[in-house]
Design a protein around this ligand. Structure first.
Ligand code: MG
Length: 247
């Protein structure tokens, strides 16, 4: 949706500030031996203390406030008291907050302890790819310019971009049109307009781009078992560089 009115923008900024705070406080407790449920509880406490509601809890029946996805888990991992972070893990945390009628949504991937060099390169690349996508997200450009910029950066390293999960519009609903693929051709698709709020979120794998969903009906994993990483910001399109609300 278009966020051009001053009040709507301030409300989006507030939801996104809470998301950033939740991510930062969760990242501060990620270490070897911590359970994914205790990571989630930190995020939940921040959101509730700020008078917001966790966007993900109950969304299509999702049972938690935060998605915590480790290693070959791409997204939508369900926090668990028995799943503990191990040395070398890639831990991705994805969180949304809803306040005053608007959602914010962001994700980070953290490398714990001493992961192999290739895993560290994957994490570095997902952030760089996301930022390339954000640079391409300006009014007058097309949706395809975002995906093309992301895909180019990822494939330069020999990694792959997940196809079946995409970024999205965001605002009064968590997921709104348009879809924002992390792959594609420059110049293709809808033209970006001033005030459009987007969640730009590449999911990238060391191996192939195919994914499958576990029997818990939520956790998406790489089909080949390779490592995956995820990074996401909520941004507002403008004529120049977008406003990154979850920075
Ligand atoms: Mg999202």
């Amino acid at each position: 949706m278009g966020i051009t009115a001053g009040r709507d923008l301030r409300m989006m900024e507030e939801s996104c500030r809470i998301v950033r705070k939740a991510l930062d406080e969760m990242k501060a407790v990620i270490e070897i031996g911590v359970s994914t449920a205790s990571i989630e509880s930190v995020g939940r406490m921040v959101i509730e203390a700020e008078g917001a509601t966790p966007s993900f809890l109950g969304y299509n029946g999702f049972p938690a406030c935060v998605c915590v996805s480790i290693n070959d888990e791409v997204v939508h991992g369900i926090p668990s008291g028995t799943r503990k972070v191990e040395d070398g893990d890639l831990v991705s945390i994805d969180v949304g907050a809803f306040k005053n009628g608007f959602h914010g949504d962001a994700a980070d991937t953290v490398a714990v302890g001493l992961p192999p060099p290739m895993a560290l390169l994957l994490v570095q690349t997902v952030y760089e790819a996301r930022d390339r996508g954000i640079e391409a997200a300006k009014a007058g450009n097309a949706i395809g310019d975002i995906g093309s910029a992301i895909q180019m950066r990822v494939e330069e390293e020999g990694f792959s971009v997940v196809r079946s999960l995409v970024g999205h519009g965001i605002g009064r609903k968590l997921h709104e049109p348009p879809q924002v693929p992390n792959f594609g051709r420059a110049g293709r698709g809808m033209k970006l307009t001033d005030g459009l709020a987007l969640a730009i979120e590449p999911m990238i794998n060391i191996g192939g781009y195919r994914v499958r969903t576990l029997q818990d009906k939520w956790t998406v994993v790489t089909a080949d078992g390779s490592l995956s990483a995820h990074a996401e910001h909520t941004v507002i399109i403008s004529a120049g560089s977008p406003l990154i609300l979850t920075a």
